[in-house]
Ligand binder design. Structure first.
Ligand SMILES: C[S@@+](CC[C@H](N)C(=O)[O-])C[C@H]1O[C@@H](n2cnc3c(N)ncnc32)[C@H](O)[C@@H]1O
Length: 281
């Protein structure tokens, strides 16, 4: 029943997708979805590391309380001023965090994936896909391909994390026909060597407990990628270490770069960066 329902929705939107695809084939190399279609999300993707956001908000409230006490109870206006400025900083971080997790990261990934030159028939894996923010966007770009999401669905890392929610999001985004979800630890992914054209990962690998564990995930990413395939990892920590490990594996063109303010989790000190690399053919 569910399958029939989603097939119906796909049919309803087909003319628009086909029209776009013809235009882009004319251009010779572009994918089939315009940026604004990719950024427009229909699913519900939750909040990354929700306890961090709650921490910023709670800090802001406590500082506001301290400002009130400094003003009206202990009569220390200078201290009240410091508390107010600090509270404003906390609420600014809440705003930045909320923007990034609900909108900014989608804009950034839409740009990255649009520029990836996908043909539309690739096999893609997303390591630590969570509720599908990147997984399902990638799926929109490969109507003749498959996209596999691997995760342990930890709710500490993303609110409401659950494969059932990811599946529901896939239906809302009209890509349920091409996604597969796999419950597995990123350190040992039970999928064959050289089996993907593209490996993606967004904000997942830093959650591993130490550098050895993170290296194991990078090793798995390289193993899963076919010769000639491309890898994109965005993360808020250890990007240079990932690049170094990729070079150690002989990956070509391993490069890192910042992803801008849209991918700041509260402030510029918690900014996501990107590493890209290609497996030698
Ligand atoms: C912050 S969420 C990001 C999810 C998704 N990539 C996104 O950008 O919305 C991090 C994800 O990594 C997953 N994760 C953390 N450690 C993992 C592990 N050892 N194996 C598999 N998944 C893991 C969590 O369950 C969570 O879904």
């Amino acid at each position: 029943m569910e399958r029939q329902g989603s097939a119906k929705v796909i049919a309803k939107h087909q003319p628009k997708q086909l029209r776009t695809r013809r235009n882009d084939h004319g251009a010779g190399r572009m994918n089939i979805q315009p940026m604004r279609e990719l950024v427009r999300r229909r699913g519900n993707y939750g909040v990354d590391a929700p306890y961090v956001l709650s921490g910023f908000a709670a800090g802001g409230v406590v500082l506001l309380g301290a400002a009130a006490i400094s003003t009206w109870v202990v009569h220390m206006p200078a201290l009240a001023g410091v508390c107010l400025v600090s509270a404003a900083w906390m609420f600014a971080q809440v705003a930045s965090y909320l923007y990034t997790t609900r909108r900014g990261k989608f804009v950034v990934w839409a740009k990255l994936l649009s520029a990836a030159g996908l043909r539309g028939d690739e096999r893609i894996v997303d390591l630590g896909c969570g509720r599908g923010a990147v997984l399902l966007m990638a799926a929109q770009l490969v109507p003749r391909g498959t996209v596999t999401g691997v995760d342990l669905w930890r709710t500490i890392d993303q609110s409401g994390n659950d494969p059932e929610l990811t599946r529901r999001n896939a239906e809302r985004e009209e890509v349920a026909d091409r996604i597969e979800l796999l419950t597995a630890d990123l350190r040992a992914v039970p999928l064959p060597d050289d089996s993907f054209d593209v490996v993606l990962s967004s904000l997942a690998i830093h959650n591993l407990p130490d550098a050895t564990a993170r290296d194991q995930v990078i090793d798995e990413a390289v193993r899963l990628l076919r010769p000639g395939g491309t890898l994109f990892i965005a993360d808020i920590r250890a990007i240079s270490a990932y690049a170094e490990r990729l070079r150690h594996h002989g990956m070509a063109d391993a490069r890192t770069r910042g992803l801008g303010w849209r991918f700041w989790y509260g402030n510029p000190f918690v900014a996501a960066k990107l590493v890209t690399a290609r497996k030698q053919a």
